[in-house]
Design a binder for this molecule. Structure first.
Ligand SMILES: *[C@@H]1O[C@H](CO)[C@@H](O)[C@H](O)[C@H]1NC(C)=O
Length: 218
């Protein structure tokens, strides 16, 4: 009797904690600023526009990762070009990236598969592409006078984005907090409908020492 109750509890816990069964309650669009990314990694191309790092389904209580390995190569030539415009593998040329699709494969298997019960692979990549176009971060920042090649406070960058999205973005910087940090990534979180912006579960920002300005490098 007791052991069957324990079994039920264990089973419910298993369901709640297992990434395969636990459903996502948030989607984070993570955008990269290539000039900063390419200060750390060797790049084949450095577009001066934000590019997609990934679209990450997540759960308030469990991090969702590696839910399956089901990526299928995108064979539609137009779709793969449209995707490369926004979600390039910066380490490789356009032709190589579209040929191998290793970045898309990695991101889809690690993250995309964790929302595949709601969005199939094609829907997943379409959502990422459409959200990237909907939130033209370069333009959003420019409207507030934030342009590449200068330094800004973390507050100013966060507020410029929040004014448009209505929720705080996640920021991720590279560099030593005692020196000038560089803005590398911006995350915008959405409800599972992939439309409504929401506060990110795990808030992340840059913490330069003495609230020093951070660089948005050219
Ligand atoms: C940057 O990317 C956005 C969204 O994909 C696009 O609409 C915009 O035209 C691009 N801006 C520049 C300067 O290329």
């Amino acid at each position: 009797m007791l052991s069957s109750q324990l079994m039920s509890v264990a089973f419910i816990l298993f369901l709640a904690l297992s990434p395969v069964y636990g459903s996502f309650d948030q989607l984070q669009l993570v955008l990269t600023w290539p000039p900063s990314f390419c200060h750390e990694k060797s790049c084949n191309r450095i577009p001066r526009n934000f590019t997609i790092h990934g679209l990450w389904p997540d759960n308030q209580h469990v991090m969702l990762n590696d839910c399956a390995k089901t990526f299928k190569k995108i064979t539609d030539v137009l779709k793969s070009k449209e995707l490369d415009d926004r979600w390039p593998d910066l380490k490789y040329s356009r032709n190589n990236a579209i040929q191998t699709q290793s970045f898309w494969r990695y991101e889809y298997n690690k993250h995309g598969t964790c929302c595949s019960q709601r969005y199939n692979q094609q829907a997943y990549f379409d959502i990422a592409k459409n959200l990237k176009d909907k939130f033209d971060l370069l333009q959003i920042l420019k409207k507030k006078g934030i342009i590449p090649g200068k330094t800004y406070t973390v507050d100013k960058i966060e507020e410029a984005i929040r004014e448009v999205t209505q929720a705080y973005p996640n920021l991720n910087c590279i560099g030593d907090p005692q020196n000038t940090m560089e803005l590398k990534e911006v995350g915008i979180c959405f409800e599972p409908d992939a439309t409504t912006v929401t506060a990110c579960h795990r808030r992340r920002t840059c913490n330069p020492q003495n609230k020093k300005e951070i660089s948005f490098p050219l």
